[in-house]
Design a protein around this ligand. Sequence first.
Ligand code: TYD
Ligand code: MG
Length: 457
Amino acid sequence: MAKKDNKQYVCQNCGAVYPKWQGKCDACGEWNTVEEEVVGGEGFSNFNHRRAKGNLIEFVPLFGAQEHLYRLSTGIRELDRVSGGGLVPGSVILVGGDPGIGKSTLLLQACAKIADSVQGKDVFYISGEEAIDQVRLRAKRLQLEQSPVKLASSTDIKDIVATLEKASAAAVVIDSIQTMYLEDVESTPGSVTQVRACSYELIKLAKRKGFTLFLVGHVTKQGAIAGPRVLEHMVDTVLYFEGERGHHFRILRAVKNRYGATDEIGVFEMQDQGLVEVENPSALFLAERQGNISGSCVFAGIEGSRPVLVEIQALVSPTGYASPRRAVVGWDANRLSMVLAVLEARCGMNLSSQDIYLNIAGGLRISEPAADLAVAMAVISSLTNKPLPADMVIFGEIGLSGEIRSVAQPSLRLKEAQKLGFASAIIPPTHAKEKKTRVDINLYEIGNVQRLINWFN
Ligand code: TYD
Ligand code: MG
């Protein structure tokens, strides 16, 4: 977009381009995100490369021999899992997350493992945020000083590309993409134009040379990777590293993956010597559970491809306000309102004079509707001040007419529950064939919330 004065106005949130400045971005609705950027220069000649005529493209049938997808193991099983079974050469992985969550730690650990396992190729860690000494200090803390990872501190994409061009790399980490700049592009590092141009150069190189490229990206307070949304479209895989402050465990979540399933999670614990993989997340999330307490129940959920048991806690107490409080941590507040509305309308429960607090213990965020029934049960248990059996798990979705609906993969959930020593489960009634699965668990099939309350009383 060549303007006469080479200026354009770009939304720093979504990347929308405007001919003149405006306070609100029409595309994403954010205020004060549109900023002036200078365009043009050599960096963009790639995009505007002109030819007199296009070449013909070749069409092929849908069937044909498939190239075997070779995958490089990172040596960190949880990272392999979220990336879809290992790193694909030439693929680009964007790792996002709040500052201080552990992105640099995770990637340094991964680099060291990869460097140990690949032969004849190098692993490069290029930091634009930290000085060499800082990274070395971290390596020392992680006891990785002896690892053959090649470390550099640079922010100049031209230098980086020229260097990598000559190298034989297996994997490259750019920490972070927001600190990088391409000198031909005149906007400041971190701006949409810079981030896009730098990523473009690096991605092109990664595809051509066949190394796996990790880009670290910062996350805005709304949870999007700062800078352009377009970056998420340019890469093959987007991983978010998340965790609650005050909790030690961290979750690596795949939100986009061209080479594997999304919604897959990897669970880590941040310890003094770096991130440690958590083999059995359910055991971790249930570690501090105290049985025989009202308002608590265990939900058998699925995260990605694996079952995870979590404790759902509710606290119902008479309100002191005109409108009662509803506070939710780790679940969807709208979903809670819906469950409460069903309990009021279909079961005649009076919750309008009660404050309700809901918490997913341990700090995990769950998004499955399958947790409805467990949430309802926790609320009922807290309201009646009656604890549930400590060895019981619950799952099921609640419909607006109060019916309990079936959910995906019931047998996987039940098997995990059995593995962790649970002896009974409340499940939707439509899972008839699950009775045939060899789980040694007492199943209570409950068809609607009214019956659930009768059963509980
Ligand atoms: P870091 O990887 O620098 O985060 P990011 O790159 O996402 O900004 O992680 C920094 C935090 O992790 C910091 O608060 C200290 C903590 N930490 C540990 O608890 N143990 C460790 O071994 C390391 C290296 C960091
Ligand atoms: Mg960092």
